[in-house]
Design a protein around this ligand. Structure first.
Ligand code: CP
Length: 314
């Protein structure tokens, strides 16, 4: 399909065609990972700015690697060391970067909807790298790619998402993407950490992590427990949470032999998932990280390069 979108703001408004196009392009970039020289000329002369108002290791670094492998110039701006610290508004900051010739701004911000606001204010492409608890589209795309590489088709596959769904942008974007690709999604967590109305998105909601849920799952996606929520009294204690929802070797005994274990990172090892499970044979966490680069290459290729066929992606 011919790519039309200027921005990537979320998976909620991405069509099936667009989702599949991004996944196919990401898959086509995967062979580059085995090469000694990992460079395409596709985005030569283009400038990508990573504008991060929240901490990040994976997303920021992988956008930087993806941009550099596509020969773009990539600049990192962290809010703490920019004129934001002197009171400059988000819009002024973005317009300043645009005036310098930025072709894309990759934005992470704690306020939901900020990428949408910037996308309306700027000519340059805006890519959402996580906005509050709303969406994290490239994380979900890399998760979808990881599953697609193993399954081929998502139809009738059961994905169990465990943890703090309410505050998780990763869960929201994954729910949009997985249901669009015909996977069956179940979320499980304390009632205080599950937002109302998820059933309307075609998701099953469970409060208890029963063995039956583990037995049925083809993939189990463990979310980071946002420990800052503990002070808000949304769950009794880390110990209790770990006991009721933590993925450990005991629980793994009830899963399918070929179950896929995923986590977006950074993980609280020993709380939502044990080290043994996070890096055990069923884990795809490292593949998720690798696929983050491929997916971000695909996103930059379509949004900034206009899907220019400088490289043969077939
Ligand atoms: N998964 C994720 O967004 O990780 P970072 O916060 O390290 O980017």
């Amino acid at each position: 399909m011919a790519w039309q979108r200027k921005d990537l703001l979320g998976l909620a408004d991405l069509s099936l065609d667009e989702t599949e196009t991004l996944l196919q392009s990401a898959q086509a970039f995967k062979p580059v990972f085995g090469r000694s020289v990992k460079k395409f000329p596709t985005l030569r002369g283009k400038t990508i700015i990573n504008l991060f108002y929240e901490p990040s290791t994976r997303t920021r670094s992988s956008f930087e690697i993806a941009g550099k492998w596509l020969s773009a110039d990539v600049i990192n701006v962290s809010a703490a060391n920019s004129s934001v610290a002197k009171g400059e508004s988000l819009k002024d900051t973005a317009k300043t970067l645009e005036a310098m010739g930025a072709d894309a701004i990759v934005l992470r911000h704690s306020t939901p909807g900020t990428p949408n606001y910037l996308a309306k204010s700027c000519q340059t492409s805006v890519i959402n790298a996580g906005d509050g608890a709303r969406e994290h589209p490239t994380q979900a795309l890399l998760d979808l790619l990881t599953l697609k590489e193993k399954w081929g088709s998502f139809r009738a596959k059961n994905v169990l998402i465990i943890g703090d769904i309410r505050h998780s942008r990763v869960a929201k974007s994954n729910i949009y993407g997985l249901t669009r690709l015909q996977a069956k999604v179940t979320v499980c967590g304390p009632a205080t950490l599950i937002p109302p109305g998820l059933e309307r998105l075609g998701v099953s909601v469970k409060e208890q992590l029963e063995n039956e849920l583990l037995q049925k799952a083809d993939a189990i996606y463990v979310l980071r427990l946002q420990r800052e929520r503990q002070s808000q009294g949304l769950f009794p204690s880390l110990r209790e949470y770990s006991k009721l929802y933590g993925l450990n070797s005991d629980r793994m005994r009830h899963t399918k032999p070929d179950v896929i274990i995923m986590h977006p990172g950074p993980a609280n090892l020993g709380i939502e998932i044990t080290t043994e499970v996070a890096y055990g044979k069923a884990s795809s966490i490292r593949e998720q990280v690798t696929n983050g680069v491929a997916v971000r290459m695909a996103v930059l290729y379509h949004l900034v390069g206009g899907g220019r066929q400088v490289v043969d992606l077939d």
